[in-house]
Design a protein around this ligand. Sequence first.
Ligand SMILES: O=C1O[C@H]([C@@H](O)CO)C(O)=C1O
Length: 588
Amino acid sequence: MIPPSHGSYPSLSSTMAKCFIITLCFFLSALTHSTLASKARHFKWEVGYMFWSPDCVENVVIGINGQFPGPTILAKAGDTIVVELTNKLHTEGVVIHWHGIRQFGTPWADGTASISQCAINPEETFVYRFKVDRPGTYFYHGHYGMQRSAGLYGSLIVEVADGEKEPFHYDGELHMLLSDWWHEGIHEQSVGLSSIPFRWIGEPQSLLIEGRGQYNCSLAAHFSNGSSTMCELRNTQCTPHILHVLPNKTYRLRIASTTALSSLNLAIGNHKMVVVEADGNYVQPVAVDDLDIYSGESYSVLITTDQNPAMNYWVSVSVRGRHPQTPPGLTILNYHPNSASKLPTSPLPISPAWNDYNHSKAFANKILAAMGSPKPPPHPDRRIFLLNTQNKYNGYTKWAINNVSLVLPATPYLGSMKYRLKNAFDSAMPPDNFPSDYDVMKPPVNANSTLGGGVYMLKFNSVIDVILQNANALTENVSEIHPWHLHGHDFWVLGYGEGKFSEKDEKKLNLKNPPFKNTAVIFPYGWTALRFITDNPGAWAFHCHIEPHLHMGMGVIFAEGVHLIGNIPMDALGCGMTAKMTMNGPNP
Ligand SMILES: O=C1O[C@H]([C@@H](O)CO)C(O)=C1O
């Protein structure tokens, strides 16, 4: 018998006690596992370019496992998602962001190139492993360059855990992932954005519903003035995604927008929608005729199929907030047993005028937290004002926040902060405010911005307010919509207001039942007030979800408690100074 290397043999009684404890622990852990049967869901994905006709015109898209949009992930709250992602793009890197998933304890799986990880090189595999802790309607998308615009996206639906119930009833579920589509490829688009003279991407050619649109033809041809032809709809990649329903049932329609640019309005002929969820959080049920959805947002609505069952009905998605040059995206609510090809005889449902901002504001103000939702703390520890302006830098057109246009570093923030690498990014903390005499109603007096990659270092477990302040763009009388998305957290949307935020607006803030969201819009010439708690150690992007705007610098980086994070997987560190560090050891 081999003697123990040190100490004496344990006594019989202590062995028995340990054995008892171990058995008990084993028993308890088995019990916990069986009652909370959370599951790991494994996926193997290959991301690559492929020919595809999203709107009946052949183009190049980024697909996953040969599919566009990418596969839908269905999970239950508490599950662990494991995606082994292999980059088959051949000549460019890739990452995937899991939009709305907070990544508690796994900040390196947030899928943001230069922020949470190094882009995955061609032929390399990166494993995203993270928990979906909360039921809701989510999606995923590329977060490198403009790969989201190229079609790198899909749905991520998290159902309630086994044994749990949703706070509302429904008989069936329908999905609508919304996007916008350009015939010009993303390389031409992004070169245009960073050229002198500036070349804007323009409005999309088509709006897509579940990756399907119809260019140069119309499903509703018989309602237009005869100039557009009927679309060829059978068995093509652009065949509309029909919503099949039975009469007299209630359906949960999960809607998410991953548009690159467009703000959208959704309406269903003859059917009201009852909004019950926004960005993965329950809201006070509210009935609406049409619904605004900005890029980065998701909603669930309930619809009741109580209309004439002999008919089918239009589902229509149209552009708001920008002068539309894109026809509405259409599909059909198909009552069984009608044929899906039986087109509705009623005209398209009425969408509000693209610039009816009062309509949009009224909708935004109707979205309130469901009863029993967590309330915001009464006061912030720190308030950050972020002025959104369109600027110039050396003749290039940019977007800037407090006059700083974001440029991402070669080494992802998360790694350089965790390992305290010197000079890995801009050490200057960006400003918490902008000059008090700045006139938000006029183009910038001095349009020159600076470039920066500094970080807002936030105290861990503190309450942060962000006042997003919109302003006039470079052209007079133009102020645009920007939907802002926060990674790693939800925030309370305390309110929307007009003009420049001032002290008197303080009392307008809703501290009673503000919705908890991850994306919130700023209206032209307005402000939006947000509050969140820095409870998630990591480095997190906060940015305009309009992809070309982010590409032009419209974002900031927040970081909190990075010293508390666990070991970052090596595969996330293979670039910049973290790559050197893994070869040579950290800086002294
Ligand atoms: O960033 C943008 O640039 C154009 C325009 O401002 C200049 O062409 C536009 O509409 C944007 O949203």
